[in-house]
Write a protein that binds this ligand. Structure first.
Ligand code: ADP
Length: 269
């Protein structure tokens, strides 16, 4: 029941366009040159269908952030191509990339990143304003209702709990009906119970609103909310799990990084 296959939006918006939300082909990202070069990504191929929830996992330094940054057009691959919602990013100038990020991507960060001087509703409307779209207050009301914050539109972020602030960030990410929502450790600053609420909300955004979510996390419980967990090791894909349980994800992580297993067992040096 948790996983309804989607493709049609359930919120009265236009049906999702066919095709994939994200495609990476042979994506490499190298920092520096010569013997000191760091190969953060070593040729990643990835296709993420619309209306899916993907967790990206891997040991520290395996390339998760670099993958997210390249997929979101925030960083440029050294080689390979990224296609977002059918648009090839390679060769797009900075202005076009910024425009694409504002109108077609949503972001949710560990630190919420709300503007403190704006009300909740104004924060939610910000991506529309930045994209030069009409500030659609009905739409803002709709996404605030979807995250359970109808009553809080006039408040400032500081008047809300951490979990509520992250709900605002999710509403803000949904407001433009983006091709993809990128979430970077979205529950990293939250207690376990609040984290579960936020993860369930992202799940609902996929199942009921037809959103596509790509989430970087190191938490096996967080990954268990996703349709697929992808594992990175040393800049390359190192397998995946469909409909993963937290235990399966933890076991896979332990195999990729034995230090994690020792930490779990409380025997880390
Ligand atoms: P993760 O998110 O999995 O911890 P990252 O994508 O941050 O991994 O990093 C992958 C590798 O690339 C690491 O070895 C990291 O040190 C290196 N790296 C990341 N960003 C830079 C940078 N700006 N300059 C040099 N090396 C970097």
């Amino acid at each position: 029941m948790r996983r309804r296959s989607s493709g049609q939006r359930q919120d009265g918006g236009a049906p999702a366009a066919p095709g994939h939300a994200v495609e990476l082909r042979g994506v490499e990202r190298r920092y520096g040159r010569g013997t000191g070069a760091v190969h953060a990504l070593r040729g990643v191929d990835l296709t993420l269908p619309r209306g899916t929830y993907t967790a990206v996992m891997g040991p520290s330094g395996s390339g998760k952030s670099t993958l997210l940054q390249c997929a979101a057009g925030l960083d440029r691959p050294t080689a390979g191509s990224v296609v977002l919602g059918g648009t090839e990013l390679t060769g797009l100038g900075e202005n076009k990339l910024t425009e694409l990020r504002r109108s077609r991507l949503g972001f949710v960060f560990q630190a919420f990143n709300l503007l403190p001087s704006l009300t909740v509703e104004q924060n939610v409307l910000l991506p529309m304003r930045l994209a030069g779209l009409r500030a659609d207050r009905r739409r803002a009301g709709g996404v605030l209702a979807a995250v359970g914050l109808t009553e809080h539109g006039r408040r400032r972020p500081a008047e809300l709990s951490g979990g509520q602030q992250q709900r605002v960030a999710i509403a803000r990410a949904l407001v433009t009906r983006p091709d993809v929502i990128f979430a970077d450790e979205p529950t990293g600053a939250l207690d376990t119970r609040t984290a579960a609420e936020i993860l369930a909300l992202l799940r609902r955004a996929v199942d009921e609103l037809g959103a596509t979510v790509v989430m970087v996390t190191h938490d096996p419980v967080a990954a268990s909310y996703a349709d697929v967990a992808l594992f990175l090791a040393d800049g390359a894909l190192a397998g995946s799990l469909s409909r993963p349980s937290a235990a399966e994800v933890a076991a896979r992580m332990a195999a990729l990084d034995p230090r994690d297993a020792r930490r779990e067992a409380g025997t880390a040096a």
